[in-house]
Design a protein around this ligand. Structure first.
Ligand code: ZN
Length: 247
């Protein structure tokens, strides 16, 4: 029986559980992912309509102030009419007046169409907000449920961290260092199970690395089972272990 190896197998299992628990704690849980995505999409729709309504309002104010400026100009030109002395000046002034009048009607049209855009966006917004209400309430309730689950998951994370620390303390320092080096190169899985599989052409069954499938010699399997050192796969360099044999 290989004591260090058993501890390392347990350490690897605890690390995997810790990863999953941390994911549950900080990520969106699977059971509310769909709702979360729907909620985010509908919220984004509402925000983009709000932005469109605000832009239409800004356009309308800009067009209205352009109308007011142009009307001022028109008033001035009309006051000048009595003071012109030549036919040529009169003709030029009439031309200016025509120009500014057509500017005014252009700006008025812009103001009107911005107003229409604004009203259209507001109508759509009212409908979307109304139908969002139910989804938003459901989402808030699920969020509450998730928040309620978090303390338990946080406790699990703490417990696993303690367990991992204790397991590392049971191992010689250089074994921990070796394990961590291999873990760094193989994120999440520093260990590989050794498995018996059918040999070529229905020959005797052979031992193979369960992750990279490289062949493992029978003497090595004995060493894994009975020795006290760690054996790495010749190919993928992960630490080899034997899965619990079914009884
Ligand atoms: Zn391997």
């Amino acid at each position: 029986m290989n004591q260090n190896l058993d501890t390392i197998v347990e350490l690897q299992r605890s690390l995997i559980e810790l990863g999953a628990a941390e994911q549950r704690l900080h990520g969106i849980p699977d059971w509310m992912r769909e709702l979360h995505e729907e909620h985010a999409a509908r919220k984004a729709e509402i925000e983009s309509l709000e932005e469109a309504a605000a832009a239409a309002s800004r356009d309308r104010r800009a067009a209205e102030s352009a109308v007011a400026d142009a009307q001022e100009k028109l008033k001035k030109y009309q006051q000048q009419i009595n003071r012109v002395s030549t036919q040529r000046e009169y003709g030029a002034l009439l031309h200016e007046i025509d120009t500014v009048k057509s500017e005014i009607s252009g700006f008025e049209e812009q103001a009107f169409s911005s107003l229409e855009r604004h009203e259209q966006a507001q109508r759509e917004l009212a409908g979307k907000r109304e139908s969002f209400k139910e989804l938003d309430e459901r989402y808030a309730a699920e969020l509450g449920r998730w928040e309620g689950e978090k303390p338990e998951v946080a406790r699990q994370v703490e417990a696993l961290r303690g367990q991992i620390l204790a397991l590392k303390e049971r191992l010689p320092r250089q074994v921990v260092a070796q394990f961590e080096r291999i873990l760094e190169r193989n994120p999440g899985r520093a260990l590989a199970p050794v498995r018996l599989i059918e040999g070529p052409r229905k020959g005797p069954r052979e031992w193979h690395c369960g992750l990279c499938n490289y062949r493992v010699r029978p003497q090595v399997v004995v060493e894994i089972r009975n020795g006290d050192g760690l054996v790495q796969c010749d190919s993928c360099k992960r630490i080899l272990y034997l899965e619990a044999e079914p009884s």
